[in-house]
Design a protein around this ligand. Structure first.
Ligand SMILES: Cc1cc2nc3c(=O)[nH]c(=O)nc-3n(C[C@H](O)[C@H](O)[C@H](O)COP(=O)(O)OP(=O)(O)OC[C@H]3O[C@@H](n4cnc5c(N)ncnc54)[C@H](O)[C@@H]3O)c2cc1C
Length: 367
């Protein structure tokens, strides 16, 4: 039996934050990670042509939380990159998310930002949907009307979730920004950027503490009987922890196909969405993020799928009910003071990176 004050399951942002907090409180901490790399889903690395790629798809850091912003900047500088996305629609690259310029380009009109609310209200008035929204479709159509919904969301959602949008819950639409102004940035948070040396280097710096040991390529479930800890912080899959007793929680996965081209630029923005054309949902061109100079460029095509590495939680009624059962057990375990569950897998929750760090800082304040 090996004793540690704290054992952390997973070396993603949740695990690295928890480990760092524990270590700074003087706790001897072991981080167990099943993959052979740290940083979880925000892992990145330079590829063969020297471009930093994000292994699990594009990650842009953005937050309004000053505590989180101060925390991450202890471990990395940021380059203040501001994310802009184009949508390949009807043969044109149209700025997305929806704001004044999107409307003007799609409808071939020229209205001012101040006229956007009235324009959208008219689009909504002439569309049909349920109030209050019962589905994802209702949630979007009730904000922007049918034309914008069918152009940007309907097929994209089918590709992304493998389901008809009328079968998805309205909460999924809560994450889709619609702006009645001229701000064409994808995020409007006060603090935005990419760690200058990448996310992996940032997480490496978080874990670089004399009280932290990291074990890679090790599944905690196979080791747990040999580990004893005052506190175990679990950031792995919630249903697996409880041996799937309330059923399997569903995830959406992605096939990420990377291609390198012998040209300086592939597309006019870092991310281009393809709502209606082709089978991929989007293409990311990585050199934009850190403004890397190279005669070559690497892009990544994303094809959603139902099996594989768990990427996105699937917010259906059944999954959310199952989650409730598991979370009741989590609450009971956390009450003992010996367990903490944090992160996108352990809480089966859609979390951005800053929210994961905030949750880990908040929870581990009690270690
Ligand atoms: C395609 C995509 C794009 C995204 N883009 C953004 C973005 O632009 N901005 C943003 O803020 N957020 C983004 N996110 C969300 C972001 O990835 C997550 O919020 C964050 O990485 C979650 O951190 P985590 O530590 O909770 O989970 P993870 O990063 O998944 O870390 C959990 C770790 O636990 C390990 N683990 C699990 N089980 C075990 C076990 N039994 N034993 C040992 N180790 C185990 C896993 O291998 C993993 O490394 C995106 C997510 C995806 C899927």
């Amino acid at each position: 039996m090996h004793y540690f004050d704290t054992v952390v399951v997973g070396a993603g942002l949740a695990g690295a934050t928890a480990a760092r907090v524990a270590a700074e409180k003087g706790k001897k901490t072991l981080v167990v990670e099943q993959h052979r790399h740290i940083a979880g889903h925000c892992h990145d690395a330079k590829n063969e042509v020297g471009i930093t790629i994000h292994t699990y798809g594009p990650h842009i850091f953005h937050t309004n939380n000053k505590e989180v912003w101060n925390f991450v900047r202890r471990f990395s500088d940021f380059n203040y990159y501001q994310h802009r996305v184009l949508s390949y629609t009807e043969g044109c690259f149209i700025p997305f998310p929806i704001h004044t310029e999107t409307i003007n380009e799609l409808f071939g009109i020229q209205i001012a930002a101040s006229e956007v609310p009235n324009f959208l209200a008219e689009q909504v008035r002439t569309s049909s949907f349920d109030t209050p929204p019962k589905t994802f479709r209702d949630a979007i159509v009730s904000q922007v009307g049918e034309k914008l919904y069918t152009t940007f969301f309907e097929n994209y959602t089918r590709k992304q979730w493998g389901r008809d949008p009328s079968l998805l819950s309205p909460e999924v639409a809560a994450r889709i920004p619609v702006k009645a102004n001229r701000d064409g940035r994808y995020f409007s948070d006060t603090y935005q950027g990419i760690p200058s040396q990448g996310y992996t280097a940032m997480v490496h710096a978080m874990l670089d503490h004399p009280n932290i040991s990291v074990m890679l390529g090790a599944d905690w479930f196979a080791l747990k009987d040999e580990l004893e800890a005052s506190t175990t912080v679990f950031t792995g899959e919630l249903d697996r922890f409880f041996d799937f007793k309330y059923g399997k929680l569903e995830y959406r996965s992605l096939d990420l196909v990377f291609k390198t081209f012998d040209k300086e630029r592939y597309q006019p923005a870092s991310v281009v969405n393809y709502p209606n054309d082709y089978d991929w949902t989007r293409i990311t061109e990585y050199k934009y993020f850190l403004d890397e100079k190279s005669p070559s460029t690497t892009v990544c095509f994303e094809y959603p799928k139902s099996e594989g590495e768990p990427f996105y939680i699937v917010m259906t009624k059944e999954n959310m009910e199952r989650r409730e059962h598991y979370m009741r057990e989590v609450a009971a375990l956390e009450k003992t003071g010996r367990w903490l569950f944090v992160g996108r897998l352990a809480e089966y929750k859609y979390y951005n990176m800053d929210q994961v760090i905030a949750a880990a800082l908040h929870k581990t304040g009690t270690i």
